[in-house]
Design a protein around this ligand. Structure first.
Ligand SMILES: NC(=O)c1ccc[n+]([C@@H]2O[C@H](COP(=O)([O-])OP(=O)(O)OC[C@H]3O[C@@H](n4cnc5c(N)ncnc54)[C@H](O)[C@@H]3O)[C@@H](O)[C@H]2O)c1
Length: 331
């Protein structure tokens, strides 16, 4: 299907929660280039990927509010007058969600309910997009995974992402709000946080290799994942903003079928330093292993012209170039 979103964003008033993070800032750059008026709301919580350097180059063109999606009055003010709201703010680590269950619920559940309630009252005509996760599926029973695959998450992070999806769907059906949720696979690329191993595995491995360290792979590394380059994710959000159907949820993915070990090999080849070490699965990790994940993306393809275009080796090459140049801002 041929669509054109070039003019869609011109002059639109856009709020991006979590907009100093990886996805939010990348989207902010793309939408400033399309003529949108951007407001970023970000709490800059230390464990997550908020980094003001991510907004370098557009900082003077946007409004930046340091604040929390759980702050009712602030969020009500921030959503007022907006045409489009991207709700990306999150506790982003499924590992941390086990140790801090109430924090995860507070941000990934209540925080999102707070935003959507504010939208209902103060911006009922806004289009609202939510960044969900492949983690809502849990154990993979049938592949490729379509949106109707059972949802039985293996982490509190996944449970709370599913909870938020349900909020968005409920508000669409009950109050007619214009909400769309997007289930994201494993993302990677420039502006991703590189501070610790609890979020992006590709980012962490790029860092390990650049620091000349050994990358540890559990088991034989044969599990397949869908690693998705940031530009392809942002393009999907742009298309779904224009064409996504209210109340619906969409998978995105590359269908590249890369094994974990293959991803590590690609990182090592591109960086040119570091090494690989295979170790047995620790007991607690195996319980959370979902099995091979490949998304069925026919639903988004039916309504948009979106197609991922960056293969893993190319994406990692771009990422390594970026972090070699800006290492001091991310390490
Ligand atoms: N497969 C997955 O699970 C997956 C993959 C990628 C992204 N996502 C989702 O996409 C979104 C963006 O992720 P990202 O990769 O850009 O992560 P990120 O950590 O780079 O960005 C998240 C941003 O949210 C901000 N934030 C956290 N809590 C906040 C709060 N209470 N109020 C305001 N701001 C807050 C952080 O400061 C950070 O800047 C998240 O919702 C994440 O869950 C899911």
């Amino acid at each position: 299907m041929e669509n054109n979103t070039e003019q869609y964003f011109n002059g639109k008033r856009v709020l991006i929660t979590g907009g100093a993070g990886f996805l939010g800032s990348s989207l902010a750059h793309a939408l400033v280039a399309r003529g949108a008026q951007i407001t970023v709301l970000d709490a800059m919580l230390p464990l997550y990927g908020g980094n003001l350097f991510n907004l370098e180059g557009i900082r003077e063109k946007i409004e930046f509010i340091e604040g929390d999606i759980r702050d009712e009055a602030l969020v009500q003010k921030a959503v007022t007058g907006k045409d489009i709201i991207y709700n990306f703010a999150a506790q982003v680590s499924y590992i941390d969600s086990k140790d801090q269950p109430f924090l995860d619920l507070d941000i990934n559940g209540r925080g999102h309910l707070n935003v959507i309630e504010a939208v209902r009252q103060f911006a009922p005509n806004a289009r609202i997009l939510f960044s969900s996760s492949r983690m809502v599926y849990g154990k993979i029973l049938t592949s490729p995974v379509s949106e109707s695959h059972p949802t039985d998450p293996l982490s509190l992070y996944g449970i709370h992402k599913l909870l938020a999806e349900k909020y968005y769907r409920y508000y669409a059906h009950t109050f007619g709000l214009d909400t769309v949720s997007v289930r994201i696979p494993n993302p990677y690329g420039p502006r991703q946080q590189m501070k610790h191993s609890k979020y992006s595995i590709v980012g962490w491995f790029v860092r390990q290799a650049m620091d000349g360290k050994a990358i540890t792979v559990f088991g034989d590394g044969a599990q397949e994942r869908d690693y998705m380059y940031i530009d392809d994710i942002i393009d999907a959000f742009i298309e779904l903003t224009a064409y996504g159907v209210a109340g619906e949820v969409y998978n995105i993915g590359t269908q590249e079928r890369v094994t974990f070990g293959g991803m590590v090999d690609a990182v090592l080849a591109e960086v040119g330093s570091g090494s690989k070490e295979n170790i047995p699965w620790p007991e607690n990790y195996e319980k959370n292993e979902t099995g091979n994940y490949v998304a069925d993306t026919s639903k988004i393809e039916q309504i948009t012209s979106w197609k991922p275009s960056v293969a893993l080796a190319e994406g990692i090459a771009r990422m390594v170039t970026y972090y070699k140049q800006y290492k001091a801002q991310y390490w």
